[in-house]
Design a protein around this ligand. Structure first.
Ligand SMILES: Nc1ncnc2c1ncn2[C@@H]1O[C@H](COP(=O)(O)OP(=O)(O)OP(=O)(O)O)[C@@H](O)[C@H]1O
Ligand SMILES: [Mg+2]
Length: 315
């Protein structure tokens, strides 16, 4: 059995991801309904460092929400290990789970209506988690609410109920609610899914601002590849596994001009598996099995043209 939540699993996962705030190793989530099994996560590896802002991008059905449900403590994985802010999610008891969801992680849903209570104003919505957790003294709560609404650029709608705010304003208030108790990790599932382009940019910039200002480790998932332009690191998820990563950085050229550089990497899991992109596979008509050769500085992958045409079990 893998990842039964022993101290070793935590130590292994932590070592593998360089001591990160979010560490997933071989994460598996199988849903069984009416005798049919769906493998939503198929051995996913992911490490996110403290105060990092990372976007996980993937098509519909690739396992993004399943991953966030696991990381937020709302769902339990079938196998593998997941450690968030030092908490082993597979070993957590009921009490620990409540505390984890109340104070360790903050969550923003795609459906704007799901994040806020419709009969409370923006300020009252942000105040609510402060009252539930009780970590901020009563006398400082009003100031904290004001600070959060200002940080998210929505102080002007403090006295409005969600019905009288735009979708983008609602999502920014939702971010304020999610970080009210100073969580170590902020998780957002398609936070811009219901917004137009301009409002999406506002919300992404708000997330970036909160991440920079408070240092909260932030993971957002989306099907929108355009999000990648707003974050330094994007991880691609395909069929329940992380497949590639794009890192963006600024580089100053010899003339002193700044340019943005994006580099794509394949993700290599701990047993040496990686996925070839569909473009590469198509370009060389790779199928069934390939030839690998180790060169001093690279590994070559070549088609098996001379093969006998056997196609069974070629993975
Ligand atoms: N509770 C469940 N019961 C059965 N199957 C499920 C359940 N939740 C998710 N799945 C299946 O698991 C797979 C991954 O679903 P998931 O919701 O994580 O995808 P997603 O990447 O979030 O997709 P979307 O972009 O559409 O939100 C899908 O095939 C989905 O049908
Ligand atoms: Mg989803």
């Amino acid at each position: 059995m893998t990842g039964t939540g022993t101290g070793t699993a935590v130590a292994d996962a932590r070592a593998a991801a360089g001591g990160g705030e979010i560490l997933c190793r071989g994460l598996v989530r199988v849903f069984a309904t009416d005798g049919i099994e769906v493998q939503a996560l198929q051995g996913l590896d992911l490490g996110v460092g403290p105060s990092e802002l990372v976007a996980v991008v993937g098509a519909s059905g690739s396992g993004k929400s399943t991953l966030l449900n696991v990381l937020s403590g709302m769902d339990t994985p079938t196998a593998g290990s997941a450690v968030v802010a030092g908490t082993d999610l597979l070993a957590m008891g009921a009490h620990q789970r409540v505390r984890f969801r109340r104070t360790t992680v903050g969550f923003v849903w795609q459906q704007t209506a799901r994040n806020l209570l419709p009969y409370l104003t923006a300020a009252e919505n942000v105040l609510l988690p402060l009252e539930v957790a009780g970590a901020v003294p009563r006398s400082r709560r009003a100031a904290r609410v004001r600070e959060l609404l200002e940080l998210l650029g929505v102080a002007d709608v403090a006295d409005r109920r969600p019905g009288r705010m735009s979708g983008g304003q609602q999502q920014r208030v939702a971010i304020a609610v999610a970080v009210a108790n100073g969580p170590r990790v902020l998780l957002a599932d398609e936070p811009t899914g219901e917004l137009d382009e301009a409002a999406s940019v506002d919300v992404l910039e708000a997330l970036r601002g909160v991440n920079a200002e408070t240092g909260v480790t932030t993971l957002l998932v989306t099907h929108d590849p355009a999000v990648a332009e707003h974050v330094a690191r994007t991880v691609q998820i395909r069929d329940g596994r992380t497949s590639t990563e794009v890192l963006r950085r600024e580089e100053v050229d010899e003339h002193g001009a700044t340019r943005h550089v994006a580099e794509e990497f394949a993700v290599l899991d701990r047993v040496g598996r990686l996925q070839l992109s569909a473009d590469f596979v198509a370009a060389l008509d790779l199928r069934d099995r390939v030839r690998l050769a180790l060169e001093p500085d690279r590994v070559e992958v070549r088609p098996d043209r001379a093969g006998p045409g056997g196609t069974e079990g070629g993975r």
